[in-house]
Design a protein. Sequence first.
Length: 188
Amino acid sequence: MALTAVDPTPALVVIDLQKGIVAARTDSQATAAVKRAAHLSAEFRRHGLPVVLVNVTGRAPGRTEAQRPGSGVALPSGWADLIDELDVRPSDHLITKRRRSAFHDTGLDTLLRDLGVTQTVLAGIATSSGVESTARSAHDHGYHVVLATDAMTDPDADAHRHSVERVFPKLGETATTTEIVDMIEATR
């Protein structure tokens, strides 16, 4: 579903745009997604809207069949630091997660509710993992979910496409960065 409305207090939630993850992605899709997520962050700040920057420092301990890079290995220094392009500001809200969803055991829901947020706009890496898990949780928590599909990317193009085309329309509204910014401009 295309973006139909921007609530009075939406929050931008940027998932896992941190040095250790972004450094592994040098392709043009990742570069474009980072640029657009940074643009969304700047626009939300310009309009006095909440910006939540999420990094990840752990993962669920359960066994999986898929190989997981770094399992059981200490993360290098600076790996979880947010990328410079996000231009982190004192007004930003920082959330560190240890699972895929930014809502799992982090206090994100309480923060958003305390800020009066009813709508989340999601961007980040990886579309089919951290972004999708957070979108599912946001939807389950009753937020209006907007997915900035050109401000996210995934190492697996097919997984990205599946999330955008099949999963996200069931969880919220999809839009480009330009569409989101234009609608914010129109409502302010």
